[in-house]
Ligand binder design. Structure first.
Ligand SMILES: NC(=O)C1=CN([C@@H]2O[C@H](COP(=O)(O)OP(=O)(O)OC[C@H]3O[C@@H](n4cnc5c(N)ncnc54)[C@H](OP(=O)(O)O)[C@@H]3O)[C@@H](O)[C@H]2O)C=CC1
Ligand SMILES: O=C1Nc2ccccc2C1=O
Length: 881
């Protein structure tokens, strides 16, 4: 029979045995625990220099943690569980057994917890091992005190104690994680501390007496924090182990300042601030009155002072500091210490470290590991955005909200719940997103789960274009889906009216190509807005607003006599590719808050691939999304990033303060890339007859345009090269004001110099080109439809005879021919009578059309052929010049 040999502590069920023997090729301890791993028997050291899987130094304890976590499945462990199960009634009677069981459970959770934190902080293998070593150190110390010393007072291990262990482990390591962050981390739904016994294997769980279950539970964040802070045990640890009853802020402050490579001037600044303002850092304060944790207090003051410091110094200094910080010092030779910690130190060493050694370790950690820790969102710079604006109603609106377009039901539910849990207080949805129900369910669940009051969350929905004629019914139905009594903001989604229906969201025109729109005169956005105004009084919404409105539309809306409520918001597409500064300035002047939709460039988030954005994200060590979102916040606009991924939802909430130079740099991005991503195919209409304006003086042009508009033209054609855009613009604007006509009733064309509007008239029918363009769905606009100066077309005998026959003018025949062929004609005239008559066209028979076309087919005549000074003819079909 094999003899027992002395080895490392077994650790399974906190078994203290060090005696091992080999049974059937496995190591079995004196109490029957089997260990699957190779154990160095006769190793004097508890941890030894040999660990699991051949990793030197650190590992055995981790292995023990994982062993008990049920991640291995040795037969003996199973037998032991069976044995416990069969004796469960008896086991429950024994307080001491329960204490051990609890300790074991906590150890399991601690292992899971630690793994979670390693994952969350994205620590690499080496960093993870270091982290584990500190957790182990604290855990063993605790076990030692509470279990092995067998104090007469019965000590239950509660979940708050366990959490505290992890937190203390973290602050010991100087990880950039503070109490509030940590607590929210523990409340992350991936790490469900509320019912943490469910983290245990079932067999173990059933061992917990019902009367003790509550020690595994926690109820609300608030309770949780207060218990955490009040708990006698925690106080003991805080006071005796980690910090004094009053935070000695000076070393911590110096350390932070040095770690961040900041000037020691900041230490002086903070110190003066603390002295002048008599800031108290005692823990008692925070324990008794639930004040801010002293560390957090210090950090806040530190941040404020650093900001003041940089504000009062040159920008250059800030850049120099930032470069230094980013570069870090790679020169620090740490090999020895690193070796010592990783390879030479045993558990015993760690256990016996004095304060100086722990400090040394922390310094090493800070200087060599921390700066390399690539945390997705830089906790040191990025903070959960808590900015709010005041609406013109007096209500507050959180600057950052969750977008939900293209978030299908189930994903949407998760996204909204995750967002609210992460701290979002603003959700944007719309009737047309077809997810109001999911949004409502998530909000309802969150409010119930967390006992949060409805008025803490800002909810926006939008009126869809098919329902604009009955906004009261539309909103009532939205509220039903949202399970809310009111929304905080109700927006007119688009200044567009579609054929009214509550059953279909996208009724199409007969050809199926475009949305089925209602004529502007029949119902337009002014009617819609007026119908929305009473919704506030009815209590269905706290505010109303608009979306997708440009300046002329807002101007027109506000100029209407019965528009009495200034829209609270205008939600429009804004991102660095489409900054719309003019619109923002205009809205600000009218006290309308701008909300930016598609802030990342919508589907596929194209903004995040932009070079300027990427460079800035590297400079600030944050994600590109953080830069784009922070830019919107810096411009005092609301921003609505959408995501259905938890990690993105959480990180999108964290914003940074960009320097004004960087904001200005992002403002310039649109100079190289301009892009509107949301442009629904509403299918704009183009009036078949437009007024041509080439070759007339400013005065003639002004009068001609005015006269044309007064006689019913809604289409005016001009061009940069006609040098009359100012006159055309003045005539149009005067007309709009005088007749109170909205801008969108008119169709205005201008041309980039060298555009491809073509010469086309009966002398130059260009059938090939016409058919080619028709095939490609390109609309032809005919310039010189009467043959330009002198109108030679009007002298043509064939045209004259047809005109005579039909009792109309020859001009009418030439223009009607153009329209019948599906082209736009642009006759120019400065004579009011001619202008008025040119808009009147008639139908021609196919025969008449082909007779007219034959005029030019036989002998085409071009009247406009500028001398470009090149050898080839620009109109030659074989020339690609
Ligand atoms: N009033 C209006 O007419 C309009 C309003 N809106 C509103 O604005 C909101 C936002 O606009 P939207 O067009 O959705 O687009 P966004 O600009 O918010 O971009 C969303 C896209 O970016 C991805 N994404 C989100 N966060 C990140 C990240 N951190 N890193 C990488 N990719 C990321 C998302 O993917 P994933 O989800 O897979 O994470 C999704 O593909 C809408 O959801 C809607 O509420 C939008 C358009 C029009
Ligand atoms: O919210 C919207 N997002 C969109 C994207 C494309 C077209 C229309 C819309 C919306 O109305």
């Amino acid at each position: 029979m094999a003899r027992y040999s002395r080895g490392q502590v077994c650790g399974v069920d906190n078994c203290p045995s060090r005696l091992w023997k080999r049974v059937n090729g496995q190591n079995v301890c004196q109490y029957g625990h089997v260990n699957e791993f190779d154990i160095e028997i006769d190793d004097e050291d508890d941890m030894g220099n040999t660990g699991a899987a051949g990793i030197p130094g650190i590992g055995d304890f981790s292995r023990r943690l994982t062993n008990v976590a049920g991640l291995t499945s040795s037969q003996i462990t199973r037998d032991k569980v069976d044995q416990l199960s069969s004796k469960k009634i008896q086991t429950r009677k024994y307080g001491e057994d329960f204490k051990k069981l609890q300790a074991k459970c906590f150890q399991i959770i601690l292992a899971k917890n630690s793994k979670f934190i390693i994952e969350k902080l994205n620590l690499n293998k080496e960093q993870g091992k270091l982290y584990f070593s500190i957790v182990k150190l604290l855990w063993i110390k605790t076990l030692d005190r509470h279990l092995h010393k067998k104090s007469t007072k019965s000590t239950n291990y509660s979940i708050r104690f366990l959490v505290l262990i992890n937190y203390l482990a973290i602050i010991q390591m100087n990880l950039p994680l503070y109490l509030s962050d940590f607590i929210s981390l523990t409340f992350d739904k991936k790490f469900n501390i509320e019912r943490c016994e469910y983290a245990l294997p079932r067999d173990l769980r059933i061992q917990i007496p019902f009367s003790q279950l509550k020690s595994f539970h926690s109820h609300s964040t608030f309770n949780y924090i207060s218990i955490l802070i009040k708990d006698q045990f925690c106080r003991e640890i805080i006071e005796s182990n980690i910090l004094e009853s009053k935070l000695n802020y000076y070393p911590l402050l110096t350390r932070i300042t040095l770690n961040l490579y900041l000037s020691m001037d900041i230490v002086r600044l903070v110190k003066n601030y603390i002295i002048i303002n008599k800031i108290d850092f005692s823990f008692k304060e925070c324990i008794n009155k639930y004040h801010v944790h002293p560390e957090l207090k210090l950090i806040s003051i530190f941040i404020i002072c650093t900001k003041i410091y940089f504000m009062n110094n040159s920008r250059k200094q800030y850049y120099q500091w930032h470069q230094k910080y980013l570069l870090n010092d790679s020169k620090f030779n740490s090999v020895d210490l690193k070796k010592r910690i990783l390879f030479k130190s045993s558990f015993k060493d760690l256990y016996n470290w004095n304060n100086q050694q722990v400090d040394e370790f922390c310094d090493f950690y800070n200087k060599n590991i921390l700066p390399n820790v690539k945390i997705y969102t830089n906790i040191e710079y990025a903070y959960s955005c808590s900015k709010v604006y005041k609406l013109n109603t007096g209500a507050e609106i959180p600057a950052l909200g969750l977008g939900t377009w293209q978030s299908p039901d189930e994903e949407c539910f998760n996204a909204v719940y995750t967002a609210l849990t992460a701290g979002y207080r603003h959700i944007d949805t719309a009737r047309v997103y077809q997810n109001e129900e999911a949004v409502g369910n998530a909000i309802a669940k969150y409010l119930k789960d967390t006992d949060t009051s409805r008025d803490e969350i800002f909810v926006t929905t939008k009126l869809w274009c098919t329902e604009v004629q009955d906004p009261k019914r539309a909103l009532t139905e939205s509220l039903k889906r949202l399970k809310l009594d009111y929304v905080d903001l109700y927006l007119m989604h688009w200044p567009v009216t579609m054929s009214p229906t509550f059953n279909e969201l996208f009724p199409k025109s007969k050809d199926g190509k475009s949305a089925l729109l209602i004529d502007f005169n029949e119902w337009n956005y002014v009617n819609t807005y007026k119908a929305m105004q009473p919704l506030i009084e009815l209590g269905l919404t706290k505010a109303i607003g608009i979306s997708n409105f440009n300046i002329p539309k807002i101007e027109y809306l506000l100029s209407q006599p019965d528009v009495t409520v200034i829209p609270a918001c205008n939600q429009v597409e804004i991102h660095p590719f489409l900054p719309q500064q003019d619109l923002i300035d205009y809205c600000k002047s009218k006290e309308i808050l701008v909300e930016c939709y598609s802030p990342l460039g919508s589907t596929g988030a194209p903004l995040l691939k932009n070079e300027v954005i990427i460079q800035l994200s590297e400079k600030y060590s944050v994600s590109p999304a953080c830069i784009v979102i922070s830019w919107a916040i810096a411009r005092d606009t609301v921003v609505l990033p959408k995501s259905v991924h938890d990690v993105r939802i959480e990180s999108n909430l964290k914003t940074i303060e960009l320097s004004s130079a960087d904001v200005a740099e992002i403002d310039q991005v649109s100079k190289t890339t301009t892009q509107r991503v949301v442009n629904p195919p509403w299918g704009a209409e183009i009036p078949a007859v437009g007024l041509g304006t080439w070759k007339c003086t400013d005065e003639e042009c002004y009068n001609a345009v005015k006269s044309a508009l007064n006689s019913g033209y809604t289409h005016i054609d001009t061009a940069r090269v006609y040098q009359n855009e100012i006159a055309v613009g003045k005539a149009i604007n005067d007309y709009l004001i005088e007749t109170n006509t909205p801008r969108e009733k008119l169709f205005i064309t201008t041309k980039l110099w060298s555009c491809n509007q073509i010469e086309m008239h009966p002398f130059l029918p260009q059938d090939n080109l016409l058919n080619y363009c028709k095939d490609k769905n390109i609309l032809i606009q005919c310039y010189s439809p009467l043959g330009s100066t002198g109108a030679p077309i009007l002298k043509n005998e064939i045209l004259n005879s047809i005109a005579l026959n039909k009792n109309v003018s020859t001009a009418c025949i030439a223009l009607s021919w153009g329209i019948e062929r599906g082209t736009v004609v642009l006759p120019k005239s400065v004579n009011p009578i001619r202008i008025a008559s040119n808009i009147k066209t008639i139908n021609l028979t196919p025969k008449e059309i082909s007779i007219i076309s034959e005029i030019g087919e036989k002998n085409p005549k071009r009247v406009n052929n500028p001398k470009w000074g090149i050898s080839s003819n620009i109109f030659d079909e074989n020339s690609t010049f």
